[in-house]
Design a protein around this ligand. Structure first.
Ligand code: SF4
Length: 107
């Protein structure tokens, strides 16, 4: 992959941020301290035209409000997306061995 193509893809992947409803707002609202209210940030997210893109982009983020989700709300879907339960039958044991095959790692 050429450097130009890579730079183009990186820029294109961030284009949605230009339409973000939170653009220009205080970022502290979206990165609250533990126990701080998140209502103001979420109120903005609800009407944001790029909420889906933001949520997708924030799926790997362990801090902040992304696409109207908290870190806790993203944890389970992240685990479900990153790990698959795979079942194998092993001839010598003639039994089932289940294990989690992690595609990614949980932070
Ligand atoms: S969904 Fe919320 S955090 Fe994401 S870009 Fe929109 S307003 Fe900002």
């Amino acid at each position: 992959m050429s450097l130009e193509l890579l730079l183009h893809q990186l820029r294109a992947s961030d284009d949605w941020k230009e339409d973000a409803a939170c653009r220009g707002m205080d970022t502290d609202l979206f990165y609250p301290e533990l126990g701080d209210p998140t209502a103001e940030a979420r109120k903005t997210c609800v009407h944001c035209p790029v909420q889906a893109q933001c949520r997708r982009a924030g799926m790997g983020e362990v801090y902040g409000i992304w696409g109207n989700t908290s870190p806790e709300e993203r944890r389970l879907p992240r685990r479900q997306a990153g790990r698959k339960v795979t079942t194998y039958r092993l001839p010598p044991l003639n039994g089932l061995v289940e294990y989690l095959a992690a595609d990614g790692d949980e932070a």
